[in-house]
Design a protein around this ligand. Structure first.
Ligand code: CUA
Length: 394
């Protein structure tokens, strides 16, 4: 393949061409040739013009290291399209007016119906432009697909209809938290259907597929909070699959993680439980004010009789709540869809105990103050899940 023409167009100074990180390899000569095109100098030429554009018209703020690169590809394609649209539609309008028939019954004069030179030109120019767009896009795509080795890894699970983010210390959140100025790699999978994680400000979008792992990465550059959403139509709750990314200032992320992971041990169990139901996303389906939602409200749930879909009536005690969190399909309450995801592996035993404490505090059938003080000293291991499901099944 001959790319010399490209070089003279896009790289007039003939800088030493450097392979772009993450995709040129000794083994693949084609990739090497593409890498030689030196996308850096193309971008350096184009960027000053782009910087003058209002970056809020087409795109949100550029909050990650990849944003400028992605936007450049977008704007290159955009301005090429604007240019050709203006030329084609402009000339067409001009010709319609200039050469329109002025007399009744006038016949069009004979005109040349073939010009080899013209046809070669209007084929070659679009081919060159298409290849240039491909090279720009491909280099950017390969960079996005190749996380740096020193990336901070966060495990992502998509689930109808919520995101879970697990940090290296085992702490799980429903909102993403990341450090500033550090590459972050997301290793993602789904519990059910295909979701797609999208962080517009970072220009990150990647499908999250059941039964396999997909990955993406970014380096956040501006502390702040940005929207995070699902872009794959994954069911009726698709539009609710919203979350946010919080970018922590350099050096403060580790402290946040440490404190967040340990906060539940330092406050009363019922308060820890309330924090947990908010942070784990329970409140998206279960209200804390008594109003009905996708699932039963958490107010006056504990201690009350629950009518189940299979006809059984059970009292919502500690074991009922624990089973409902870990095996949501076991004791379905009548009148609600079987849509709750399992929290097995996402909430620790201790955290489930805190949530139970919170539900007790939110119910008028919960224990009095003194009783709850006693309950705190109870051994959580006494709540054996096997024993729980055994009694319920018999
Ligand atoms: Cu998940 Cu849409």
């Amino acid at each position: 393949m001959q790319f010399g023409l490209f070089k003279s167009i896009f790289n007039p100074s003939h800088d030493a061409a450097k392979p772009v990180n993450g995709f040129a390899t000794e083994e693949n000569p084609l990739l090497n040739v593409l890498a030689q095109l030196n996308v850096g100098s193309i971008l350096a030429t184009v960027r000053p013009f782009l910087a003058q554009l209002p970056d809020s018209f087409w795109m949100p703020s550029q909050a990650s290291s990849k944003a400028a690169e992605v936007d450049t590809v977008f704007y290159v394609i955009y301005w090429i399209s604007v240019f050709f649209f203006a030329i084609i539609v402009g000339l067409m309008a001009l010709f319609i007016v200039r050469y329109r028939s002025r007399r009744q019954g006038e016949r069009a004069p004979d005109s040349p119906n073939h010009s080899l030179a013209l046809e070669i030109t209007w084929t070659a120019i679009p081919v060159i432009i298409s290849i240039a767009i491909f090279v720009l896009g491909f280099q950017s795509f390969m960079n996005i697909a190749t996380p740096p080795r020193n990336s901070y890894e966060i495990l992502v699970t998509g689930q109808k209809w919520q995101w879970f983010f697990e940090y290296p210390n085992g702490f799980v959140t429903s909102e993403l938290h990341v450090p500033e100025d550090q590459p972050v790699k997301l290793t993602m999978t789904s519990e059910d259907v295909i979701h797609s994680l999208w962080i517009p400000a970072f220009r990150v979008k990647k499908d999250v597929v059941p039964g396999r792992y997909t990955r993406t990465w970014f380096e956040a550059q501006e502390p702040g909070t940005y929207p995070l959403l699902c872009t794959e139509y994954c069911g009726t709750g698709h539009s609710d699959m919203l979350s946010v990314v919080t970018v922590h200032k350099s050096g403060t992320f580790e402290q946040w993680l440490e404190e967040s992971a340990n906060i539940y041990d330092t406050i009363p169990p019922a308060e820890a439980g309330e924090l947990l139901v908010q942070r784990s996303g329970c409140v998206q389906c279960h209200s804390l004010d008594g109003s009905p939602n996708i699932g039963p409200t958490f107010v006056d749930l504990y201690g009350y009789e629950q009518q189940l879909t299979d006809g059984r009536v059970v009292i919502a005690d500690e074991n009922y709540i624990r089973t409902s969190i870990l095996e949501p399909m076991t004791d379905l309450v009548a009148g609600y869809e079987p849509v709750m995801p399992t929290y097995a592996g996402k909430l620790k035993d201790k955290e489930i105990t805190y949530i139970i404490s919170y539900l007790k505090s939110a119910s008028d059938r919960g224990p009095s103050e003194e009783e709850s003080a006693e309950a705190e000293t109870e051994d959580p291991a006494a709540q054996d899940p096997d024993a729980a499901s055994a009694t319920e099944e018999e």
